[in-house]
Design a protein around this ligand. Structure first.
Ligand SMILES: Nc1ncnc2c1ncn2[C@@H]1O[C@H](COP(=O)(O)OP(=O)(O)OP(=O)(O)O)[C@@H](O)[C@H]1O
Ligand SMILES: [Mg+2]
Length: 402
């Protein structure tokens, strides 16, 4: 027999304190044609327990009688050590109740020593091995399935958490919408009182050109304000429904900055703040929607003016970095608390409305600017040192590469 063949033979350990039994078993196994088994032998309970626990052999033949103790005890003790060895119990004549116990305890089979023959022994060993093989396979399947279930469970937990977050976000959006409706009603109602006053004046003083002039001026301004408000609303609704189409053209950034300053001039004057524009490269050409980009810049300028105390400053900076244009609007105003930063560009966000911080407006200016800049493949960023530390809003836009 070659060494290799020896390795492939099934290793059987006999645990039996009777040397004669070893010789008998050895003889039986040797009778088997093709010699598939190698037999070893230990003669005591403790050596047997160690061997079974460590799984030193493929199959263990355990004699029921082992000194003061017995094979079932040995099997039970080995099981407590997580053994999964294939064990066949060898019993004396007529020990039927032990046979039963052996199977219950986890033996693969039991054999009555006195009736043992080669064929029976071989069949029993092979059967025990096959049984262990299937048990192991089953265990592996169960382990795999358990793992799969755990994974599914983990995914379900994650999904449920995400759903909870989504519901929370929807609730928050809903709450902001309610708040927005109240603000909208307020903002639309506001101009009506001065308009009504103007009409009363016109009725009372139909012959005073001065009074008529002032009254019509007032009506004009208030109607203008309402038109702007409603236009803004229509714009944002178009943007959120993806109905707004940009009309891009090649233009100089200076033209857009001038247009925005012109749009925001009344706000800047009203706020009594100083506007300064830093030096910048004269030839910066980009592809953008002229009106929409001016609207973005003007929104940022309006905010800078609105949220800065009189006497403060707004600075516009323009930089070109790696084919990217950065236009920043820095103010010396009331600043933005860090915890509000994440919500700044969401629709209807107004910080500290209760503290009358939001002077007027609907809380849609920044959301609109953010979306319009995104539609230009750019990004809008905000930074602030915190309350009272001023704010900076930066619009980043890709520049034409040709
Ligand atoms: N430059 C700024 N400094 C401090 N706070 C700002 C500044 N810009 C915006 N904010 C804060 O962000 C909120 C959202 O701005 P946004 O422009 O969207 O709304 P609004 O100015 O209140 O109203 P609207 O622009 O619709 O007329 C403002 O209410 C304000 O609290
Ligand atoms: Mg605004």
């Amino acid at each position: 027999m070659t060494a290799r063949a020896e390795n492939e033979r099934i290793r059987v350990l006999l645990i039996d304190d009777d040397p004669e039994d070893y010789l008998i078993t050895k003889g039986l196994l040797e009778d088997i044609h093709s010699q598939p088994f190698v037999l070893d032998w230990v003669d005591g309970y403790d050596a047997g327990l160690t061997a079974i626990s460590q799984g030193t052999h493929d199959v263990f033949l355990v004699d029921y009688r082992l000194g003061a103790r017995d094979g079932i005890q040995l099997l039970a003790e080995a099981l407590t050590k997580n053994s999964s060895a294939a064990v066949i119990l060898l019993t004396g004549q007529g020990q039927y109740e032990i046979d039963h116990l052996a199977i219950e305890t986890g033996a693969a089979d039991y054999l009555e020593k006195s009736r043992l023959d080669s064929i029976l022994l071989e069949r029993s060993i092979r059967h025990a091995l096959l049984q262990k093989h299937y048990e192991a396979k089953l265990e592996a399947n169960v382990a795999e399935r358990t793992q799969e279930l755990e994974r599914l469970n983990e995914n379900l937990k994650k999904e449920s958490l995400e759903r909870k977050k989504a519901v929370e976000a929807l609730r928050e959006a809903d709450r902001r919408k309610d708040e927005f409706l109240a603000t909208l009603a307020h903002e639309l109602r506001n101009p009506l009182a001065p308009i009504r006053n103007a009409l009363t004046i016109m009725r009372l003083k139909p012959d005073s050109p001065d009074a008529i002039e002032r009254a019509t001026g007032m009506i004009d301004r208030q109607v203008g304000h309402m038109v702007r408000l409603i236009d803004e609303l229509m714009d944002i609704s178009r943007i959120t429904r993806n109905k707004l189409r940009l009309v891009p053209e090649r233009l100089q950034i200076s033209e857009v900055i001038s247009a925005a300053i012109e749009l925001s001039q009344p706000q800047i004057e009203k706020a009594k703040v100083t506007l300064s524009v830093q030096q910048y490269p004269t030839e910066v050409i980009l592809s953008a929607d002229r009106l929409r980009l001016a609207q973005v810049f003007s929104n940022l300028l309006d905010n800078a003016a609105k949220y800065t105390e009189p006497g403060g400053t707004i600075t516009i900076g323009i930089e070109v970095l790696n084919r990217e244009l950065a236009v920043s609007f820095r103010d010396t105003g009331i600043g933005i608390p860090a915890e509000q930063m994440p919500f700044l560009f969401e629709l209807f966000t107004q910080i500290d409305r209760t503290l009358k911080r939001a002077q007027s407006g609907l809380g849609i200016g920044l959301a609109m600017a953010h979306r319009l800049v995104k539609m230009h493949s750019g990004a809008l960023e905000a930074t602030s040192g915190g309350l009272g530390q001023g704010s900076t809003f930066t619009v980043r836009l890709p520049l034409d590469t040709d």
